[in-house]
Ligand binder design. Structure first.
Ligand code: GDP
Length: 298
């Protein structure tokens, strides 16, 4: 939790600073509530979560005296209430195995690193993991995934640069089935600038997967970079439409003051949040703990 706190330090500092400017009178009156709402929006929680938290504070404490510390605690409680319903660890439950997890996201979001971290978490729970290099568009992507696969000791299914991602996924499921692998984690191309091609590519992967196992893919996990702030939210809109997202992982929550966007995402989309990235190392992916995160943000 020390490390996680460090992870959200800048986000927490920003919210604390914004909130402390809101508390100018001892009583929680309308003007103070306006300022609290503004402070939450300035801290990237988004208008919808900010309005909801304001309303809850009004219902519970209007006209009552409140200290800065009590205000922070009350805000933390309301943030936790928004985060709790979406906190859902990525569990391996597929039968028959393997569970097929497609990982999507724009280049640079931390997708490749997150795939390795996720695989590592599964390995720690004694699951057998295989990776598939479905991002054949970027030459560097395959090599980078190979480096991570070697580091964590997971087999990688790969093809040539420019090869057909659907055929790699097909080979991956076959190999994983033969080897009794529990989870197949698939990297995919993050080409949002060409939505049509990306859509076709994902549709083809789905078609091939569906022939092997009608339940696959079991998960379509969108990786988002928190440092993108509100832009991360618009990526959810696009990928929901293009890829049928089933859950989120937000990365780079260390080193950004924009971590409030996690709360905005939870409030506006209600998609499961599986885990959060709080650093570049293999162990820096944390299962998403809503109470802990709320406490360290506010
Ligand atoms: P991709 O292009 O989406 O596959 O992104 P990469 O996995 O290559 O990551 C891009 C950069 O972000 C790399 O330098 C990673 O080390 C870094 N990165 C990924 N996740 C995190 C995180 O949670 N925190 C920090 N600080 N850096 C991260």
């Amino acid at each position: 939790s020390e490390r996680l706190f460090g992870g959200f330090r800048k986000t927490s500092e920003r919210l604390t600073e914004n909130l402390s400017q809101a508390v100018t009178t001892a009583k929680l009156d309308d003007a103070t509530l306006d300022d609290v709402e503004d402070a939450l929006i300035l801290s990237d929680l988004g208008p919808s979560a900010a309005a909801r938290i304001r309303e809850r504070l009004r219902e519970k404490r209007f006209g009552l005296e409140i200290t800065e510390r009590e205000l922070k605690e009350a805000v933390a409680e309301e943030i936790a209430a928004i985060l709790r319903p979406v906190a859902r660890p990525l569990e391996i439950t597929a039968f028959p195995r393997p569970q097929v997890i497609l990982v999507i996201g724009v280049n640079g979001s931390g997708k490749t690193t997150t795939i390795a971290k996720l695989a590592h978490l599964f390995q720690e729970d004694d699951y057998g993991v295989m990776l598939a290099a479905g991002d054949t568009f970027r030459a560097a992507a395959i090599g980078q995934l190979q480096t991570w696969a070697d580091r964590i000791g997971a087999p990688l299914i790969r093809g040539p640069e420019g090869g057909d991602p659907a055929s790699i996924v097909f080979d991956g499921v076959k190999a994983a089935t033969e080897q009794g692998i529990d989870a197949l984690v698939v990297d995919t191309a993050g080409r949002l600038q060409n939505k049509r091609e990306l859509m076709d590519e994902l549709a083809k992967i789905r078609k091939v997967l569906g022939r092997l196992n009608p339940e696959a893919p079991h998960d379509v996990v969108l990786v988002l970079d928190a440092t993108n702030g509100q832009n991360a939210l618009s990526q959810i809109d696009v990928f929901k439409e293009v890829a049928g997202v089933t859950g989120l992982i937000m990365t780079k929550l260390d080193g950004t003051a924009r971590g409030g966007v996690l709360v905005a995402a939870a409030e506006q989309y209600g998609l499961p949040i599986h885990a959060i990235g709080v650093g570049e190392k293999i162990e820096d992916l944390r299962p998403f703990d809503p109470d802990l995160v709320a406490r360290v943000i506010a």
